[in-house]
Design a protein around this ligand. Sequence first.
Ligand code: HEM
Ligand code: HEM
Length: 179
Amino acid sequence: MQRDTRNYHPVSRLVHWISAFTIIGMFAVGWWMVDLSYYSEWYRTAPHWHKSVGILLALLTLFRVIWKKVKGSPEIEGKPLEVKAAKAAHHMMYLLLAVVFVSGYLISTADGRGIEVFTWFTVPGLGELFANQPDLAGTVHYYAALVLIVLAGVHALAALKHHFIDKDDTLRKMLGVSK
Ligand code: HEM
Ligand code: HEM
């Protein structure tokens, strides 16, 4: 059987779309949960879910980066400058994700407790590694998540521009329907 080198690998596509929906959901939940009152039934549940899903997403992203290194990905289409911008944006999104994961970990473990991922396993905590850790990590977490979402929005618009204006295969490659 001939290998499909035009489309992204099915595993890459699955991971891209699962990650995209999860990241948007994580942003919305994060934004909402920090204003919950102590008396809300979600006061404990929402952060527990946010952290559990966040750790699983971090593991999935680690797998994704290794998978990309091993399997590669199709050529990016467009003018040289567009290709450069797309590559920079993709790298930046991976970097911002890493910052969001590390800062999320640092907020959650400053009191020395580990992170319980649902009831499945616990990621050990390293305690307070620097002064004001929860506040500083919280600020970094907030701004990194914000920039990530804005960049992902620009990235999605760029994908739609390729599809509807340039009429190239960029979006089809990520949907697996490129000929
Ligand atoms: C793509 C992944 C993630 C996104 C988009 C995201 C987004 C957010 C956002 C927007 C907030 C609200 C910040 C604010 O308004 O101050 C937040 C809060 C928070 N996130 Fe995340 N987050 C992610 C992953 C994680 C992970 C992996 C952890 C921990 C392991 C985590 C732990 C927390 C905690 C503890 C808060 C509450 C911070 C506070 O009370 O100030 N997050 N997150
Ligand atoms: C939080 C949301 C999203 C994130 C973090 C994200 C991240 C990424 C990353 C890192 C890549 C590079 C893949 C690789 O390394 O091989 C990529 C590719 C791609 N994404 Fe997204 N994405 C998001 C949402 C979307 C949405 C909503 C669309 C469609 C409207 C989209 C369409 C694409 C397409 C078409 C490619 C292939 C680009 C090319 O080959 O030129 N993404 N995305």
